[in-house]
Design a protein around this ligand. Structure first.
Ligand SMILES: O=C(O)CCC(=O)C(=O)O
Ligand SMILES: [Fe+2]
Length: 343
């Protein structure tokens, strides 16, 4: 038997009839490595292609046009718009690191000029709306799997709620052709997500996304293979599938059962594609006022807004799965969340 270290694949097809099996599969993935691929999600491949085309169309505008809609404060999440070289929780690591454009469905202005990027708003909203039912399936199963009411997570993420904060982030990692960089450089440094879950799409053949399971210091053995805290496991795109990961609030709300693990995007190695890399992340976000504490009170009773302010302080410096990365990113503290006192 070939042991693969890829995250497990969970098939959502025939959802109603297979719900018990799907719940078991999702729970197994979310409680061991916190990453999984979703197939049988019902999204038309054309819709995903269209999202990538929209993404490329936007980023391929001249830099000046993109800078007209810079990242700005908007609501409590505080960020929408265009940013070059940095991502939230990430760091400037390389001139050719990453460009990002973030949108919220209910945003009234701040959309790219339709004369320059036709249909961007409509196509983006169509894409986001098509992801919501996939999220519903995943989050309702995880709630049931934990013994919570079906809507335990979903009531925090209802996209119709005016306080909903879920957003889409388009990424472009510009071509690295002809560039050189220090070994160990990342395009996104090791981080955990602040979303409940993230649905991620990466351009075919792209390399670089890697995860480090075992955030709490334990090696993990799953049916798919062994994941170790000190080892980065590649998480390449699986054609047709959505890559999903658990984020911090889901770990907190589940009292540590569902794991928000570290991941990073490293620079391509020699022989790997050096062309533009695109990815699209759908960040399913609790409302600002949601208290992200589980029934067993393993983590502090803080709201999502408080968590966003204190995330840095909650992380100790004990976790450094890759010493080189750790060295290169000293200003970001890694580590498992530890309780802090919040007034
Ligand atoms: O682009 C990717 O493959 C991963 C992006 C990511 O981890 C993030 O935006 O949080
Ligand atoms: Fe991430």
């Amino acid at each position: 038997m070939t042991v693969s270290n890829l995250p497990p694949v969970v098939d959502l097809s025939n959802f109603e009839e297979r719900k018990a099996q799907i719940t078991e599969d999702l729970m197994k993935a979310a409680t061991t490595i916190g990453f999984f691929y979703i197939k049988g999600h019902g999204l038309e491949p054309e819709l995903i292609d269209q999202a990538f085309a929209t993404n490329a169309q936007y980023f391929n505008q001249p830099e000046e046009a993109k800078l007209k809609l810079p990242r700005v404060d908007w609501g409590a999440r505080k960020l929408i718009g265009f940013e070059r070289n940095t991502v939230p929780g990430g760091s400037i690591v390389h001139e050719s690191s990453i460009q990002c454009f973030e949108v919220h469905e209910k945003m009234k202005s701040a959309w790219p000029d339709p004369a320059v990027v036709p249909g961007y708003r409509e196509k983006t909203i169509e894409f986001m709306q098509s992801l919501a039912p996939v999220v519903d399936k995943i989050l309702s199963c995880l709630a049931l799997g934990l013994g919570f009411p079906k809507d335990f997570f979903l009531e925090k993420t209802n996209v119709k709620d005016p306080d909903n904060h879920t957003f889409l982030q388009y990424h472009k990692y510009p071509s690295t052709d002809g560039l050189s960089w220090k070994e160990g450089t990342n395009r996104i440094t090791a981080h955990t997500d602040e979303s409940l879950i993230t649905l991620l799409f990466t351009s075919p053949n792209s390399t670089g996304l890697e995860l480090a399971a075992g955030r709490d210091g334990k090696a993990v053995n799953s049916e798919a293979g062994e994941y170790k805290v000190d080892r980065w496991t590649p998480c390449p795109p699986l054609p047709g599938a959505i890559t999903v990961n658990v984020g911090d609030p889901l770990q907190f709300l589940s009292d540590g059962k569902l794991l928000s693990n570290y991941h990073r995007v490293r620079m391509p190695r020699p022989g790997e594609p050096q062309d533009d890399r695109y990815s699209i992340g759908y960040f399913v976000w609790p409302r600002d006022y949601d208290v992200i504490q589980g029934p067993l009170k393993k983590y502090p009773a803080i709201t999502m807004a408080e968590f966003m302010k204190t995330k840095g302080a909650m992380y100790g410096a004990s976790f450094h799965p890759d010493p080189e990365v750790y060295e290169a990113n000293q200003h970001i503290a890694f580590g498992p969340p530890t309780p802090i006192a919040v007034e």
